[in-house]
Design a binder for this molecule. Sequence first.
Ligand code: BG6
Length: 515
Amino acid sequence: MTIPLQEPTLALSQTESASIAIFGASGDLTARKLVPALYMLSQDGYLPDHLPIVGVARRDKTDESFRNEMGEAVRKFARAESVSDEQWNKFASRLYYHKIDLAEQAAYNGLDKRLEEVESGHGTGGKRVFYLATDPKLFQPIVTMLDGADMIPNIDSEDVLRIVFEKPFGHNLESSQALTAGLSRMLREDQIYRIDHYLGKETVQNILLFRFGNAIFEPMLNRNHVDHVQITVAEDQGIERGRGGYYDKSGALRDVLQNHVLQLLCLIAMEPPALFQAKDIRDEKLKVLKTLAPGDPSRLDNWAIGGQYIKGGSDGNWMNAYRKEDRIPEDSNRETFVAMDVRVDNWRWAGVPFYLRTGKRLPRRLTEIAVQFKLPPLHLFTTVECEGDSCDLVGAKPNTLVFRIQPEEGISLTCSTKRPGMQYQIHPIELDFEYETLTESMPEAYERLLLDVLRGDSTLFTRSDELEAAWKFVTPVLHHWEKNNTEPKFYPAGAAGPKEADELLKKSGRQWREL
Ligand code: BG6
């Protein structure tokens, strides 16, 4: 069965149209994600015919050359099966390019004029979306200069401007607070869209629907029934060329745990929102972040482990150590892996361990949330488990509910059933739902998020207080590691992290799920 992706009710009408200016348009994100996402939105009928997109960057380009470059990118990265010349030319006619030195105040007047020209040909009614896909240290200066060029409407005027900020939003608690305070002098919170692309993933949104759209699971998700929760964001890739400069200042904790992993934790741990709308959902997520606590506060190493990959692999497939990657200092102590044992200290979850891990150069790419339930109170049944020639009778395995976010997106629940035969023997089974059976092509995260910005729906974006609470939790760990220049625990590239990460669980008789 194929579920059509078209949802005409969410399509924008011409009166809701806006112009989109992408700052940092010569970067990777624009080519790989943003323009392909806008192309797909347009193909699927979500964008009105007149919605111009202007690439803004420092490099010398014409509208023509920008269109050609983006054409190649869309053919390579969009999820369309094919892109015909006719389809591309129709979309390309809404693309423009404007060269600008973003550090020069005077240049912003030229940008404003160019946008007005483009907009007048499209009749967008003055509404604008600025997407800042630039170096984050330019966020504040760009907004200040936009303001200097009168391109930011008065703070209490109607909703005609929205600004999207790519991550990272701040480098730690102090810098993120400073950025929020600086921007709030010019922008209202509802004009600020902080992207966490994980929230745009179809399978991530399904966590909420699965939890609050079914009656049978929700009553089980609490400390009475759940033994522990594991959240994994594993990547097999190392540091891509050109990214080392950013990554070595960031590391796994800032790059993925502080945002993507904590957002996943919020969605699995939060209470049902009063209404399914941005404010209520974000209020509930905030409550989770505020109650986060270390699993064992007596010593940081007892609950937070930073790791770094060294050379690993095998004949024919050796992978470099992190310290040998492009633009990484030979003595870098930056973590490429982090594992944490944390608690959500509230009525529902008190005492339940939440084990979090993320890292680069792990055995494979896998993002999942696994909720492991407690065992039945009595072990009435057994099963035979063999390893090599030796077989043992063992008890039931705990039920585990797994949200597979990527790849092979789906949801599964492991259960015990009776093995056919004369005896009462357990036969473990998996009840499995795979997205593939519904649709061959799911919308990309950026499609969903860009459409939401245009529609003014901030549900899937991070609010300033959520961001602050997340930074509040991770910043002491960052400070501790950085102040002491703590050497990370090493693991060979291709392994499942350092052994110290295993110890986090072993001490309570648990173990990480296999990668
Ligand atoms: C980004 C990080 O936010 O997320 C990258 O900066 C990481 O380092 C990426 O590779 C992972 O995203 P995804 O969607 O591929 O899981």
